[in-house]
Write a protein that binds this ligand. Sequence first.
Ligand SMILES: [Zn+2]
Length: 329
Amino acid sequence: MDMIERFEQAIELKEVDRVPLVSPLQTGIVDLMEMTGSYWPDAHKDPNKMANLSIAAYKIGGLESVRVPYENCVEVEALGCVLGNWKVDEQPRVEKHVISSSTEMDKLRMPDPKKDGRMPVVIEAVRILKEKVGHEVPVFAAISSPFEMLARLMDYTQLLREVFSGAEDLHSLLEFATEVETLYAQHLIDAGATGITLVNGSSSNLGPKFYNEYSLKYEKQLIASLDAYTCIHICGDTTLILDLMAQSGTDGISIDSHVPISKAKEIVGTRAAIIGNVSTTNLWKNNPEEIINEAKSCIEDGVDILAPACGFPPRTPLENMQAMKDAVL
Ligand SMILES: [Zn+2]
């Protein structure tokens, strides 16, 4: 069974010869930047460096996939947010939001993925990945879930205030965000992405009622429009919303280390593959032997695809990334 076939069988919950090791989450680590010369922040901005660092996580790190980009601000930057914190071992973040509330939607216009912000950089990186290794491993590209996009377009506390007070304009803004993500994701798929990760770092605080109304509704629309494997990742303890996440139509659900795999399997059943969940704190701080043991426990607990529980911390030692491979072989 080759790596693409094994991944496809696993995400479709069909029989596999062993669990695949596929990271739908960020894979840029400093050890690999040093080996390839593709350092952050350049690797966020140059398509060749972006692709090369990703290929290193496969060829050297042992992951059975490639994935770009390395952070979740590409779309909001194209919409006018100003980013800062461009460091070698930290992800950039929004330093200036483009709107202060959902009533300011008129400040936003639909971006052109071919020319706005770094959207063309990521699209080109995907094209390079498809050409170089797309016949060997799945090519993942990440986008923000619509709710996550709002959490970056405006101040997060303001967003929660609007959610809990039922602000009228929020749904129009979420519809716009869904359109942006759909358009951008279609370009990524056309460039060769075989998997799309919807990253959502901001919905585990919502609880089931508000997650359903403000986040899931739009994730469902987005997923239904994408002709690729989809994976949804929500950071934190998602146990209470897992049943709803499984209704999104996603092929895979990436769980954080707070969620027990057995519990996730029990709730989700055969609706989606469970992906995870080696603790990212442990990947950063523990030794390879401890990582192998933890990864083996994930497999024993029934995970369908072995992966980190969130993005790899940039200071993850290369030996720990490689240790995950030792656990699946
Ligand atoms: Zn996460």
